[in-house]
Design a protein around this ligand. Sequence first.
Ligand code: PAF
Length: 282
Amino acid sequence: MEIIESIENMQRRADELRSAGHTISLVPTMGFLHEGHLELMRVAKKHSDKLVMSLFVNPTQFGPTEDYGQYPRDTEGDLEKALGVGVDMVFMPSVEEMYPEGSQTKVHVERVTQHLCGISRPTHFDGVTTVVAKLFNIVKPHLAVFGQKDFQQLTVISRMVMDLNMDIKILGVPTVREPDGLAMSSRNNYLSDDERKSALCLKKSLDLANKMFQEGERGAGIIRDAIESLIRDHPFTDIDYVSICDSTSLEDIGIMRDESLVALAVRVGKIRLIDNRVLRKN
Ligand code: PAF
């Protein structure tokens, strides 16, 4: 497995691979890998013959009061896991390499960034789209793979790729869950045992929403109220948002459609967790 730290070397290797006729896939990560990330890599590997993982904790997607400094890091463990799933190259630049003095360009996607997480994290998606656009220019992948757990991120990146005519296929991979249903996240490690139990309210509320929908409920407000009351019954929880929205525009809806998105962000103790489910008629 090659480890590449400089942009120049990564771009050169990407050109060499492309000239030799290889297809390149990219899985962008911020490290502290778990089974959810490894699944993205397995999927990426099936669709390409050279798999590049980027490992970069991107400071520009954290707000001023968020956990950039505390974001968990385990480079040695990450490299071992990457090797285990057959990653061919790891691109792990420094912050100075990615954002040298004088950088002043941002990629901003307009409307789909303004709902859900964009309300309480107004600068987050500019940080994500800017770093992902840079990674695309550096790694030059044919395909990039993202988790559906960050549904809005996947939507925003897909929109950016469409709007800027980037010649890259974006693939979304279903959320990987712990055996009890909690969506995998690097932040789960920070939950105490009692908070961990309460955190199951996210998955339980998505199941409840699905049950109500399949039984014929079409009032989005009624489903949202039921979710909020289920979450409030769990200790340590504080709702950031419960949104029932159009799965493309991410705009809230009043009446359920044949396909609608239920998306949640809930603070459990100090840890903010997200989860979502697309509801479709069975
Ligand atoms: O999903 C993440 O881990 C990050 O937002 C990403 C896509 C690696 C960009 O920094």
